[in-house]
Design a protein around this ligand. Structure first.
Ligand SMILES: Cc1cc2nc3c(=O)[nH]c(=O)nc-3n(C[C@H](O)[C@H](O)[C@H](O)COP(=O)(O)O)c2cc1C
Length: 294
């Protein structure tokens, strides 16, 4: 039986759920599948597998750095069948393209690409009162993912693959947002500005456990100390039950982007949203506006 490795990054669980459904589809097509979330560390050597799948959420209209770094480190794929999938809260921009291009550059032979909606727990939007694509992925997407897995299995077995075009590049303003969240700024500026309120922090350690890049260590009295390897996922700040962590996401200069993005998404009939309040690590829905979405 052909062996498939699916490597993905999932902080909120939606990319993981889609990965598991794709795995079911591949298994139905007689493949043995191993799943690996990059937040658990490095995956097994893809050389031991016949097929490699990569799943990514969109982070600031690109693939998150943890995924980009993994792709960079991959050895030459020399014609190995590969596939990719991307989760987006609203507009994924180049996230899927980043993965597909990196796999192609390594010599992978693309056998499938799909995109799905995933619940968007981006702290900037939550603080602005919006949760985009709540409850996603929905059952329709889960079923589509399983079908996608079967399709990949069929293409690897010789069925003709109709390669989709790359996703359209995002609008200019999203390029600017992407630029403002580039690695240089994160290392040299934002990561130095992560801040913990020592009076509020009760050293619960949640932020340390959640950080996907292991950038947070326990400092004096068990309170967090931040390094420079932040990837701006904001999980630490979002999940802090004491609201003790602050980051540049609430800065005045970013606010117009939050307003623009959430206004665009809330006017887009293909994207569901609910109004929320985010406090003490919890997101509570205050108003539901029923939309179709998937
Ligand atoms: C830090 C951060 C940045 C995000 N940036 C984007 C984005 O640029 N475009 C988009 O459509 N969704 C964006 N999202 C939403 C995620 O891509 C989406 O919710 C995805 O389903 C999350 O995957 P996960 O649940 O597996 O972690 C962002 C989410 C976070 C946390």
């Amino acid at each position: 039986m052909p062996k498939c490795l699916i490597v993905f990054f999932s902080q909120g669980g939606t990319t993981g759920r889609i990965a598991a459904s794709i795995a079911q589809g591949l298994a139905a097509g007689n493949h043995v599948v191993d799943l690996h979330n990059l937040k658990e560390g490095l995956p097994p050597d893809p050389g031991a597998y016949d097929i490699l799948g990569i799943g990514t959420p969109a982070y600031n209209f690109r693939a998150p750095f943890i995924v980009a770094d993994y792709l960079k480190r991959l050895p030459a794929l020399s014609g190995k069948p590969v596939f990719a999938f991307m989760l987006e809260g609203a507009y994924g921009g180049d996230a899927g393209n980043d993965v597909r291009r990196a796999l192609a550059a390594k010599g992978g032979k693309e056998m499938g690409y799909e995109r799905y909606h995933g619940a968007d727990y981006f702290l900037g939007y939550l603080k602005h009162g919006y949760l985009l694509s709540p409850d996603a992925p929905k059952p329709g997407s889960i079923a589509r993912a399983e079908q996608f897995g079967q399709e990949v299995a069929a293409c690897c077995a010789g069925k003709t693959y109709a390669r989709p075009e790359y996703d359209p590049s995002p609008a200019m303003i999203y390029h600017l947002e992407r630029f403002l969240t580039n690695r240089f700024f994160i290392r040299q500026m934002y990561s130095r500005l992560l801040w913990v309120n020592r009076k509020k922090c009760n050293a619960c350690g949640i932020c340390v456990k959640l950080c996907p890049t292991r950038n947070i260590r326990e400092g004096k009295g068990g309170q967090p100390r931040f390094g420079r390897d932040c990837m701006l996922c904001f999980s630490c700040e979002m999940k802090c039950p004491q609201d003790a962590i602050a980051s540049p996401i609430t800065w005045f200069m970013f606010w117009p982007f939050m307003v623009y993005n959430t206004t665009q998404a809330s006017r887009d009939l293909s994207i569901e949203h609910v109004r929320v309040v985010h406090e003490r690590g919890r997101t509570s829905v205050v108003k539901t506006e029923a939309r179709k979405g998937n």
